[in-house]
Design a protein around this ligand. Structure first.
Ligand code: ADP
Ligand code: MG
Length: 575
């Protein structure tokens, strides 16, 4: 959906005005398009690109040093008129002739060809290289009939770099043509784009499907497929494009993953990673790839893969510097950094632990197992609670943390309780993310440090470990009782546990009383206004609902207490 405009009919012009205003260092506005704002040496070939608007950064965004000299910009998805192209070309000409480069669409062909003839009639050396990279639009034997899509970039880049290098128009044309001959693209879309002022997309793709080879303006594709996984999609695109690997191609390939409008960069990168792996598995050498939005189609949910097969000279022009509003390439001037990609060794993999510490360590693994199980059962409820005034991720965060802690603790089984809890805490922090992840991670690490590596453990040591957990949380988070955080459950838990054990209660009984206090504390947070954390700005919404972190602590405390009381019973029956 395109929502920002005054008058849909003026969308393209208004957008271009704003683009120029935001990029004055690079471009000047012309009647018909934009031109490079920086000086061009006399005699340099002018590379004039162009086409309809709605494809940013094509075409205006690719005007700059080492790239296009000027761009003729039509209305949304409509070719610029011959008059516009003429005015732009005349302004761009520096005496070295004009090379027109544009995607192969009927309207563009008519208007650009008409202009080319007119300029030649006036004695200017005007030439054309049309971009025909879209493999879905015609068979390879009819490559001249194919449409131009993201391959615009490779052709413009090579032509622009050659012109910048001072090559004459014969050479710039030859190189641009060669780049086009060695560029293949294939696109997919999950849906169509919506023209400014319209309320529904130009075309649609059935739900749960992806259309393979659909053109960037909705031209029919090859087929509709079930939505594939990223790995399958990567393999499919690569396989299809490899069937058209040019016969004289070497092993160097430039992959370009191009977002068409609304696919997230994260998704594009995810796909790129899989694509690169496919290419490497084929024995190919990836050269200066691109992944991002390069030739779009308004808000189209889709993407394309381009494979460009440069030989040595094309690779040189592909790598040459470029500086335009949307595309920059700076040659690396420094040597690549050598760094140690191995994970630093955890500070914990230390002493083996006393016999007693190892026994208590096994107990800690059992406790983490129980925690992971209750967390799994409450994940959804905590997520819902966190969505009242937070961001809804408390359940998933606790789940990731508790599972990772358990896995790390299991992996450390056989070491002492200190190392087990430190490993678990580090894993919890690392995997959970979010505020609560950091707090639980720190709490476990400090509890582990408090338990240390001793020859004997008493119930008082358990109380000290819980106090260490609580101090770590308040130190790191800075929250006090009443701030509506997990501290409202944790503090009473630690206090009651210490009191009970001082009064000679058994550990399990003390834990049950402490867990009950934690629960009362958590329930009471419903009446509090949050003073810290993500819920603070939504204080009013939060009123009447308990704090998610306090609630999760109370539920976990109860589960741990139940294990503790089983141990008491066990030791009694053993007696
Ligand atoms: P995030 O807030 O980063 O999304 P979670 O949703 O996992 O993290 O955890 C939210 C919980 O974290 C809150 O309900 C609260 O109990 C706890 N919390 C947030 N900030 C603090 C803090 N400064 N001190 C103690 N606990 C906090
Ligand atoms: Mg949250």
């Amino acid at each position: 959906m395109t929502s920002i405009y005054d008058d849909p009919a003026a969308f393209a012009d208004d957008a271009l005005d704003g683009f120029v205003a935001a990029n004055r260092r690079y471009v000047d506005r012309l009647d018909g398009g934009v031109i490079r704002a920086t000086e061009v040496p006399p005699g340099q070939v002018a590379v004039v690109v162009g086409g309809g608007s709605g494809h940013y950064p094509a075409f205006a965004g690719l005007v700059g040093t080492g790239l296009a000299t000027a761009a003729a910009c039509g209305n949304i998805f409509a070719s610029p008129s011959a008059g516009q192209i003429y005015r732009v070309a005349k302004a761009a000409d520096a005496g070295g002739g004009v090379l027109f480069c544009y995607g192969n669409y009927a309207g563009d062909v008519m208007h650009f060809s008409q202009t080319e003839l007119r300029l030649r009639g006036e004695g200017m050396d005007a030439r054309t290289v049309r971009v025909t990279d879209d493999v879905a639009s015609a068979p390879i034997e009819q490559q001249h009939k194919r449409r131009g899509v993201a391959g615009d970039l490779t052709v413009f880049k090579v032509a622009g770099a050659a012109a910048e290098a001072g090559k004459d128009i014969d050479e710039v044309e030859r190189l641009a043509r060669k780049a086009n001959d060695r560029t293949r693209s294939l696109g997919i879309a999950f849906g169509g784009c919506t023209l400014p002022g319209d309320s529904s997309p130009l075309f649609s793709v059935p739900a749960g499907k992806v259309s393979l080879g659909l053109g960037i303006h909705g031209e029919p594709g090859i087929s509709d497929l079930e939505l594939p996984t990223a790995s399958d999609l990567a393999a499919l695109l690569v396989r299809r494009l490899l069937t058209e690997r040019p016969t004289d191609a070497g092993t160097a390939v430039v992959p370009i993953v191009n977002g068409l409008g609304t696919v997230k960069y994260d998704e594009l990168f995810l796909l790129y990673g899989k694509i690169e792996k496919n290419l490497v598995d084929e024995g190919l050498r990836v050269v200066e790839p691109e992944c991002g939005e390069l030739v779009t189609s308004l808000d189209m949910p889709g993407l394309s893969l381009t494979l460009f097969w440069p030989d040595d000279e094309l690779a040189e022009y592909w790598s040459a510097p470029a500086d335009s509003p949307a595309y920059r390439k700076v040659p690396g001037t420094r040597k690549a950094r050598r760094h140690n990609a191995r994970r630093p060794r955890a500070a914990t993999a230390a002493d083996p632990g006393t016999e007693e510490a190892i026994r208590v360590g096994r107990l800690a693994v059992d406790v983490l197992e129980k925690i992971s199980a209750v967390v799994a059962g409450s994940e959804a409820a905590w997520g819902k609670l966190d969505s009242v005034a937070g961001d809804g991720d408390h359940g998933i965060g606790m789940r990731r943390g508790a599972d990772a802690a358990l896995a790390a603790a299991r992996a450390a089984t056989g070491t002492g309780v200190r190392d087990i809890l430190i490993s678990a805490g580090e894993a919890w922090s690392e995997r959970a993310g979010g505020t609560s992840g950091a707090l639980w991670g720190t709490g476990l690490i400090q509890a582990g440090n408090a338990l240390g590596n001793r020859d004997a453990y008493s119930a008082a040591d358990a109380a000290a470990a819980v106090r260490a957990f609580a101090s770590a949380v308040t130190e790191l988070g800075g929250a006090a009782v009443g701030d509506k955080t997990m501290v409202d459950a944790l503090a009473p838990f630690a206090d009651v546990l210490s009191e009970e054990l001082d009064g000679d209660a058994q550990l399990g009984q003390a834990l049950l009383k402490a867990a009950a206090a934690a629960r009362r504390g958590a329930d009471a947070t419903a009446e509090l206004i949050p003073r810290l954390g993500r819920a603070r700005p939504l204080a009013e919404k939060s009123l009447g609902h308990p704090d998610p972190g306090a609630m999760s602590f109370a539920v976990i405390a109860q589960a741990v207490a139940e294990i503790g009381s089983r141990i008491d019973n066990l030791s009694e029956s053993e007696r």
